[in-house]
Write a protein that binds this ligand. Sequence first.
Ligand code: NAG
Ligand code: NAG
Ligand code: NAG
Ligand code: NAG
Ligand code: NAG
Ligand code: NAG
Ligand code: NAG
Length: 713
Amino acid sequence: MALRRLSALTLLCHGVIAGPLGPQTLDARSAPQTRKLHGRFLHITDFHLDEYYKVHSSTDEDGACHRGNGPAGPYGAETSDCDSPSSLVNATFDWIAANLKDTIDFVVWTGDSARHDRDEDLPRNADQVLGTNTWLADKFADLFADDQGKGMAIPVVPNFGNNDILPHNILLPGPNKWFQHYAHIWRRFIPEEQRHSFEYGGWFHVEVIPNKLAVFSLNTLYFFDRNAGVDGCAKPSEAGYKQLEWLSVQLQFLRERGMKAILMGHVPPARTESKMLWDETCWHKYSLWVHQFRDVVVVGLYGHMNIDHYIIADSNDINFAAMTASSEFGARQAMEEEFSLQSASDYLMELRHNWAKLTPLPAADKHVSREGKRRKGKKNRDPWGERYHLSLVSGSIVPNYFPTLRVLEYNITGLEDAPVWRDTLRTDIRESDHPQKHLELRRYELDDIDTTIPSDTKKKHRKNKDSKKKKPPTHDPNLHIPAPPSTSAPPGPAYSPQPLTLTGYTQYFANLTHINNLNLTSNATTALDHNDSNAVDGGGQRERWRDSWWSLVPTRWRDGKHGGKKPAAPRPPEPREFAFEVEYSTFEDKVYRLDDLTVKSMVGLAVRIGEGGVFDERKGDVVSKEVWDDNDDDGDDDVDVEEDEEEQEKSDDGEDEDDDEEEVKTEKKKKKGGKGNKGRKGKKKRKQNKTWLHFLRHAFVCTLEKDELKELA
Ligand SMILES: *[C@@H]1O[C@H](CO)[C@@H](O)[C@H](O)[C@H]1NC(C)=O
Ligand SMILES: *[C@@H]1O[C@H](CO)[C@@H](O)[C@H](O)[C@H]1NC(C)=O
Ligand SMILES: *[C@@H]1O[C@H](CO)[C@@H](O)[C@H](O)[C@H]1NC(C)=O
Ligand SMILES: *[C@@H]1O[C@H](CO)[C@@H](O)[C@H](O)[C@H]1NC(C)=O
Ligand SMILES: *[C@@H]1O[C@H](CO)[C@@H](O)[C@H](O)[C@H]1NC(C)=O
Ligand SMILES: *[C@@H]1O[C@H](CO)[C@@H](O)[C@H](O)[C@H]1NC(C)=O
Ligand SMILES: *[C@@H]1O[C@H](CO)[C@@H](O)[C@H](O)[C@H]1NC(C)=O
């Protein structure tokens, strides 16, 4: 086994390092490489291109931006449930061409390119879904074509969304016709040696930086709870199980080659007390896998939810029993696909409550933090936060809020001159006897992988009250737990700053309200023309519903902020110039104050977002606002709680203060008359909701004003 793997690996390295064989390769090697790494890549998701979109049509459920007379803007109907016009998609590509194309190293594209199936008058068919995907794939191929126009200049890594198949959400195990179609549609993106893997399960990976970094396109529809075509990840016959086996084997290869991996997919592993998106067996196994490969995995990147946020998974939540049982664990609801503002906000509140329970990790250079002292006696066994792992979820192009996209940056210290990805698909190299394809599908007996529980996990489980439930079912021959990092391995790029660590990102958005420049009649009553059966009684709520698109009343369809209005005059639209602008940048954001996107930094931010959000252990659930207020009373009523935005933005809680914040510190001392505990707590208390509201505002891509957010939260 070991020998076989070794020889396979050599061949695999050979295939990858050497690239196309023959004189071409030699030319390429001797010729100076023109492209260099920039340390940036694009994450773009959820286009939902709708070829039937009609400008100035109605945004209500009957119109669906397909018919009627209403406020559908020339670049899309922001804050509504309408899908994207091709003008928005074209303008997005034009903007990327003008602003990003030449400064990024690869593209992560997490699916849902086709429109929703929401209009009964225009049901989707396979030709449309595949046609839209072909159209978009061609746009990517054209935009990132190399100079000769024969291949790709940089790699684009696509992924399926739950709307890229028919009927939506239902994807049977492969091989199937969908994979065949997409293998063709994405022929320029899927490496030749991965085609068999792709056609078998819809999963593949791309070495976006040869011998350094691979992006794994996971078929999350096999993990998705709503996919009635499969059944979780416990049974070896299941597609989800097979995908995780494949992932484990591939990540082990990367580990042996000293490489790192970015995992990406459409449906994120979102899971809170009451809500989840993935089947439980898949969630627990995936979480364990990522934990075991914490030296390899850089981050997980996802889409689907349209809200900009992130997820911190805790390996202490991993339940071994839940990996093999068709689980009855917890009473979580599968999140609706129509992710209403209210359910998004409920979900985010639950995240916040979880984050309120997190303990900040010690600053790298300060081993005795205030929190450290509080946990006196316990030595910090996990200074990097390796029990956690991170998934970043970006907002969408489809303007459920505003269209948005993300440019992530990563550390390329020492990689400035590393060989870059080159398109091998356009060359003559053929799959004939490329070794890697056999590796993709081969069933491994994982006998050389340590299936015992890694010592650190063991320790945790011994401590755990319900350790019995959590013990790995050693008798289950189908559970192949990947090996943990070698004990001598330093923390991976997700944990300690090093090459390939994510250093931050810039979130861009297009303000369609500004760009569409609609001249609408404000006929307030028309918004209520169709009475919603869900509407609640009671004047206050009713008024709010009348006045705001972001109403607290869950509606099946959102008409958007202009709902019910009509163009003032039957004249052509006069949109302003389309552009994305910076929504926020983690490099500069004064509230987030992120040095990088390591788990430690993101946990630190989560702690600040969570402050003030009290989790009720008794109820084990989100607490009501009343309870929240009660619990919030921790004896420092006398602190000054007036708003002082500027100071809040600049000030810190003292643990990760930079030198250039010295001035603020001094000012703080002056104001508080020293660093008294009370003063600090008071400061925190004032700051707490600010960070939370800031986060919430970004979750909804700046479509809500502060007072609206406060009401929602
Ligand atoms: C978008 O671009 C395509 C060509 O890529 C073109 O055929 C189409 O008309 C454009 N749509 C709009 C609305 O400009
Ligand atoms: C990038 O990695 C290098 C080498 O590990 C390290 O010295 C540097 O601090 C990192 N830069 C950032 C911004 O994290
Ligand atoms: C978007 O544009 C509208 C209209 O110009 C403006 O009122 C609003 O403040 C803008 N929103 C953001 C987040 O910039
Ligand atoms: C406003 O709505 C009413 C009732 O639907 C309608 O009669 C009237 O024409 C509308 N006004 C305008 C300016 O569209
Ligand atoms: C909406 O419902 C209210 C009360 O249920 C009713 O009085 C009103 O006529 C309805 N409006 C429309 C436009 O159907
Ligand atoms: C909006 O339309 C009305 C009615 O046609 C017109 O009087 C007004 O000047 C328009 N406003 C703008 C800013 O174009
Ligand atoms: C922070 O938010 C909570 C929950 O919404 C609220 O009860 C509390 O009063 C807020 N605190 C401040 C200082 O605004």
